[in-house]
Design a binder for this molecule. Structure first.
Ligand code: BGC
Length: 899
């Protein structure tokens, strides 16, 4: 079970026992620890050098890489400070092979670290021809409920094993077993991609799970995204109607001989206990229908039908590069009660995404229905109208006899409450447990402050991310939607990169963005299940440029940028083609989705922003990010020509949407926020525009009125133009519309709408009212990056060159945050005490930092009790409006500023 750690400031300030000598304490290949199934011909190696000596940098490294006992790559000592994303440059890596490697690094004391602990990776299947297995489908006619098909195969191992590696994928979802034991701990496999173009397979090391002698492989499938109901228009079979399995086990004996066990016509198929499984609607499991013993050798499958071999393509198969969905936190019931309507309901205390595990002892044939909901209504009744057509109901049918355990396999639910039907008498807490499932990304960020409501907001942001990062970044996890909405994903991508390491998560999904682009145009949702015309809504489509750039900043991942470059460029080109005289003012756009509009709007207070004004802003922004990417990648011609285009886009904006005195045609917060954020105003008109924004906020009595597109940038723009005080007022506002209003209403996740539950406890329209939608959680980025002030400089992305610049405001006595980067932990925090300001900063080895200390002059600042000027390694770099700016290297710093 994983816990969310909120680091108190004291902890940040204490020094930990550490590494007098530099040590390599973590290593990655392609951003993962010991990955199986790497397919890059030139994988990248990263390591973390740790030291508690200040100003430690790496001066050289050495990598040794072996296949068995043969060296495949030995770099010798390389004089370089690079420790992240070092590109492989050894002998060609071979399909299916396992490689072990170690690294050591020299620091500026001239001494090498010890060699890192041996790490490994395996290569995936590099060529289509490496797949010897055949696609197989059930050998019987499925009934209309489409019960989960079972596939089984017995085989024998003949000698002592050296290794056994399985490669598995399916049309639909699969769960595989070897001799009765589940293979791996990944769920909802093979995950979701643009299946027509890309289908992931997973790799499992079964070396320690095979028995000598007889073995049985068992696999069950569910319809999943492939052919289940997906999309809100009731679509089924989006990718095809056939459910199918592809399974290849490569066995190597210790005498060097090899054997393959592959899916083919010799496999047997039947159905079992899973009678029905749909992502939106839930799963029906009837224990009486279990084929007892089918997972073990010796089971009599003579009544089963032989699998059918199918000719489905294999040229779309890709290895999995992101972390799989795994089981995470578990929750016990916090309350069991009967609602006024007489229903028995369990409260798990947290709106989460996953499912309920039930342990129960009852009579054969008894059915227990578990329905899921996020909220109770005003009267305290179970509320499911906002799930729309999704049934979100699991049905468990008992075998009878001893205690039975039930949990679904091919569905999930977004819920805090579960309604239990079919149990007479009292519900016992020990019979029910909720388990959260999400992509197993490393938690990297913590944020905490002196304000408990803001800490709850951070909690809600993180749970919004957990609930909606299930292999694909989804809008929501509960109703008949759960789609990869591109606008939501771009809005939240930077915040996401603080809370967890989302490098590989986005690297994978962005490949699907490109795969589903239609002549460069980016779909509303990816994978696209809505149709080829549902594309290029401003602020949604821009995920194609925004997310790659954010990943480049957060992780320094230049290859991701390179891989996405074409997608970025094609998207910008698609807008250029649509635009007339550099104005993008046609087509459908969602606009500033879910902006503030009062019910009775006689006074014209609804914050409607012209959709084409928004489109022009994002057109400029995406073009600018393309220019940035072109510069990083050395594409000078593109950089120059798109810089020209960018100028023209801005001029067109000025001509169309701005009055000579600097007023925008839409006088909304979002209009000013976007135009300021993306530098659409001529320089001389920016300050007055920022003032208009500030005045507008004041006129709403310090409430925001922004929707999905304005919200992520609102506080950043205020801070940039010197209105941090207003940003703080917005953050601390707790009446509708505001970030804290839902918190005060008891939210444990971020809501889709500012008023999902209205002040009078009634609900917003059930047609669009999710209580787990991360988009508005984008404020997290400002909390980390401006409030505490942890940021990366663009010239040293991935926090190689760090900027710590807190903006301290009213209403808090302290705030602190930490971020685990590839280099190590970056942290910062401030605390106001009496007449002093304490500021702590931690900078990892092999990075440098520019630290902005809020002080009038260097003389008023001490570090660990000494004058700043007396500290070796700290370079005082003058000042900047209210800050003393210093440059320094790694280490932990405790600054005190006297007023
Ligand atoms: C989704 C949003 C999405 C929007 C498009 C909704 O149904 O839940 O989050 O971005 O449609 O405006």
């Amino acid at each position: 079970m994983r816990k969310v750690f909120l680091l108190p400031l004291v902890l940040l300030m204490s020094t930990t026992v550490g590494f007098a000598q530099s040590a390599v304490t973590a290593v990655w290949v392609e951003n993962r620890e010991n990955p199986l199934g790497v397919v890059s011909a030139q994988p990248r190696f990263s390591w973390r050098l740790q030291s508690d000596k200040r100003n430690t940098v790496q001066t050289a490294y050495e990598i040794n890489l072996k296949e068995g006992s043969a060296t495949a790559w030995s770099t010798g000592k390389v004089n370089s400070n690079q420790s992240v994303h070092v590109v492989y440059n050894g002998k060609p890596l071979e399909s299916g092979k396992k490689y072990t490697w170690q690294v050591r690094a020299w620091d500026n004391s001239g001494k090498p670290s010890a060699w890192s602990k041996p790490a490994f990776f395996t290569m995936g299947l590099l060529n289509e021809a490496d797949w010897k297995a055949s696609w197989i489908t059930p050998g019987f006619t499925e009934d209309e409920n489409r019960p989960s098909p079972l596939f089984r195969k017995e085989f024998e191992t003949k000698r002592k094993l050296r290794s056994a590696i399985a490669y598995v994928t399916s049309h639909g979802m699969y769960e595989a077993f070897i001799n009765g034991k589940r293979i791996g701990d990944a769920y909802l496999t093979p995950g979701w991609t643009s299946y027509h173009n890309r289908l992931q397979y997973q790799v499992y090391d079964l070396t320690n799970q095979l028995a000598s002698g007889r073995n049985t492989i068992g696999v069950q499938l569910g319809s999943g995204w492939y052919r289940g109901n997906i999309g809100f228009s009731g679509q089924y079979n989006v990718y095809g109607k056939d459910i199918a399995l592809l399974f290849q086990l490569e066995i190597e004996y210790s005498d060097g001989t090899k054997e393959l066990v592959i899916s083919d016509g010799s496999w047997k198929t039947s159905t079992g206990e899973i009678q029905y499984a749909e992502i939106y609607h839930g799963e029906t499991i009837d224990h009486r229908k279990e084929k007892a013993g089918w997972l073990n050798p010796g089971y009599n499958d003579s009544e089963w039908s032989s699998a059918q071999v199918a000719g489905f393509p294999k040229n779309t198969l890709i290895s999995t590069i992101n972390e799989p969905v795994r089981k995470q936190e578990t929750f016990k019931p916090v309350k069991i009660f009967t609602t006024p309507a007489g229903e028995k309901v369990i409260d798990f205390g947290q709106n989460l995404v996953g499912w309920v595990v039930m342990r129960f002892n009852g009579k054969a044939g008894d059915s227990i229905f578990i329905t899921h909901a996020e909220v109770l209504d005003k009267q305290g009744n179970f509320y499911i109208d906002n799930l729309r057509s999704a049934k979100c109901r699991n049905i468990f049918v008992l075998r009878g006899g001893q205690q039975e355990v039930f949990e679904p396999h091919f569905t999930w639910q977004g819920f805090r409450y579960a309604r239990i039907e079919g149990i007479k008498g009292e519900l016992l807490p020990e019979n029910f447990e909720a388990v959260a499932l999400y992509s197993d990304m490393e938690p990297t960020g913590t944020f905490t402050s002196s304000n408990p409501l803001i800490n709850q907001l951070q909690h809600n942001i993180q749970w919004g991310q957990r609930g909606n990062f299930l292999d694909v970044p989804t809008d929501c996890p509960q109703r008949d939607e759960r789609l990869g909405w591109t606008g939501d994903a771009q809005a939240f991508s930077r915040t996401a990169s603080f809370n967890m390491n989302v490098n590989s998560f986005f690297a994978k999904w962005l490949r699907d963005v490109e795969a589903d682009q239609v002549e460069g145009k980016v779909p509303f949702v990816v994978p696209n299940v809505l149709g080829k015309n549902e594309v290029n809504s401003a602020g949604w489509a821009d995920v194609a440029t925004i997310a790659p750039w954010n990943m480049y900043l957060a992780y320094g991942d230049k290859r991701l940028l390179e891989t996405q470059y074409n997608s970025m460029k094609e998207f910008v080109e698609s807008m250029r083609k649509i635009a007339k005289n550099d104005l993008w003012n046609t087509g459908f756009h969602f606009g500033d989705w879910l902006f503030y509009r009062p019910g009775d709007d006689n006074d014209g207070r609804a914050a409607v922003t012209d959709k084409y004004l928004i489109a022009q802003c994002f057109y400029a922004h995406s073009t600018e990010l393309l220019v940035n990417a072109a510069k990083v990648l050395g594409k000078t011609e593109d950089a120059a020509s798109y810089s020209d285009l960018l100028k023209r886009i801005r001029t067109a904006f000025v001509n169309e949407y701005l009055t000579p005195s600097g007023r925008l045609v839409s006088s909304t917060q979002t209009a000013y926020v976007l135009a300021l954020q993306f530098d659409m105003f001529p320089e001389q008109l920016r300050e007055q525009a920022a003032k208009r924004l500030a005045d507008n906020i004041e006129s709403y009595d310090y409430h925001l009125t922004t929707g999905f597109l304005g919200t992520p940038y609102l506080c950043h723009v205020l801070t940039r133009y010197g209105y941090s005080d207003i940003a703080y007022r917005l953050l601390l506002q707790d009446s509708y519309p505001s970030w804290l209003y839902p918190v005060k209403m008891g939210a444990t996740t971020i809501w889709e709408r500012w008023d999902g539950i209205r002040p009078d406890s009634t609900f917003q329209t059930p047609g669009m009212n999710s209580f787990n939608h991360y988009a508005y959680g984008a404020i997290g980025d400002w909390m980390y990056r401006s409030m505490v002030g942890l940021d990366t400089e663009e010239d040293g992305p991935g926090y190689r060159h760090i900027r710590v610049k807190p903006h301290i405001g009213e209403g808090f006595t302290h705030a602190s945050a930490s971020l685990k980067t590839y280099y190590g932990t970056v942290s910062g925090g401030w605390k106001k005490e009496n007449d002093e300001l304490q500021m702590t900063v931690e900078i990892p080895a092999n990075t440098t930092a520019k630290i902005y200390i809020p002080a009038a002059n260097a003389e008023s600042v001490t570090e660990s009790g000494k004058a700043l000027s007396a500290i070796a390694g700290i370079k005082i770099n003058g000042g900047e409006k209210g800050y003393v700016v210093i440059e320094t290297g790694s280490g932990k710093y405790n600054f005190i500023v006297k007023k």
